[in-house]
Design a protein around this ligand. Structure first.
Ligand SMILES: [Cu+2]
Length: 182
């Protein structure tokens, strides 16, 4: 019965996350390290308002939220927000660019920095997105069905729909399992 309970909790967690947005694990399975390529990682993700960033890192690292000029110059002493502890979740609350860097000396300059552009998911305000750079020509995501185009500002919610489809799929797999075990 414990296994069933774990499955149900898993489904619940997935369902909750799909309702509140997609969680982007920074660096995917590699996490937040000084060996990552976060420009490439950011380009392969679409960040919508309501999504979250998950930083996972070892004790020698941290996460600072910084300004664009500090990002460009790898200055981490004026952090807007600063996080430590190995697991940091950032809620993407508003559209626009966000900048992060590790405050440990030397890490930002060796690539431990991340710039993302958060886009508005609502279709009724398409003009509020992409304030500065026009980098929306990011390569198609490797996840998701190939027939579905990359969600744009006009066609928001695609990734959320993907997550919902995943939950439905999960449930379809788990339902017979659940019946079988009871
Ligand atoms: Cu670091």
């Amino acid at each position: 019965m414990a296994i069933v309970a774990i499955f149900l909790i898993l489904v619940l967690v997935l369902a909750t996350q799909s309702a509140y947005g997609v969680q982007h694990t920074v660096g995917d399975s590699n996490g937040w390290t000084n060996a990552g390529d976060y420009a490439t990682w950011a380009a392969s993700n679409t960040f919508n308002v309501g999504d979250t960033l998950l930083f996972t890192y070892s004790g020698s690292h941290g996460v600072n939220v910084i300004s664009k000029s500090d990002y460009d110059n790898c200055v981490t002493s004026n952090a807007l927000d600063s996080y430590t502890g190995g697991t940091t979740t950032i809620n993407l609350k508003q559209p626009g660019p966000m900048y992060f860097a590790c405050p440990t000396f030397g890490h930002c300059s060796t690539g431990m920095k991340l710039a993302i552009n958060v886009v508005s998911q609502s279709s009724n305000s398409p003009t509020t997105t992409t304030p500065s750079d026009d980098n929306n020509s990011s390569p198609p995501s490797t996840t998701g069905p190939p027939t579905q185009s990359k969600p744009t500002t006009k066609d928001g919610g695609g990734s959320t729909n993907n997550a919902k489809a995943m939950v439905v799929g999960f449930s379809l797999i788990l339902a017979p399992l659940f019946v079988f075990m009871c």
